[in-house]
Design a protein around this ligand. Structure first.
Ligand code: 2BA
Length: 107
């Protein structure tokens, strides 16, 4: 078994959630915040059998769009010199991690 952890733009989260559920995936959606832009995104936790990993990733990718976002003017919280900070960044589609699950219980 694997745990898929997917960070998705809030604008795509509803569609991603709906399509995962429609396709039989069990999903937990957590409200999260990107450390760079400090804006809201959604993190999905999806427990799947090994054989379902690729179809799950494909589905998330299908409904997660790339978009250009403005970086905030004041990013002093990053501790980086201002010269190295881009004015615009490409966000998405989705950032996905696949973790091994040692044990799964539903009691
Ligand atoms: P944020 O951290 O707010 O990052 C938003 C976008 O800013 C990123 O898009 C990337 O294009 C850019 N960016 C992030 N850190 C940067 C840096 N140190 N220097 C220059 N540009 C930077 P994505 O890569 O699509 O990431 C979207 C969101 O996914 C991130 O929001 C963060 O919440 C999460 N994420 C991405 N990579 C991650 C990682 N390796 N570990 C944990 N979370 C990650």
């Amino acid at each position: 078994m694997k745990l898929i952890l997917a960070i998705v733009n809030n604008d795509d989260a509803h569609t991603v959630n709906a399509n995962l559920s429609k396709n039989g995936f069990f999903v937990t959606k957590i409200a999260s915040t990107g450390g760079f832009l400090m804006s809201g995104n959604s993190t999905f936790l999806i427990g799947v059998d090994d054989a379902q990993v690729e179809s799950c990733i494909e589905l998330i990718g299908k409904y997660s769009k790339k978009r250009v976002q403005q970086a905030p003017v004041d990013m002093s919280y990053t501790g980086q010199p201002f010269t190295g900070i881009p004015a615009e960044v490409i966000v998405g589609g989705a950032t996905i991690f696949v973790l091994n699950v040692e044990k799964y219980e539903h009691v």
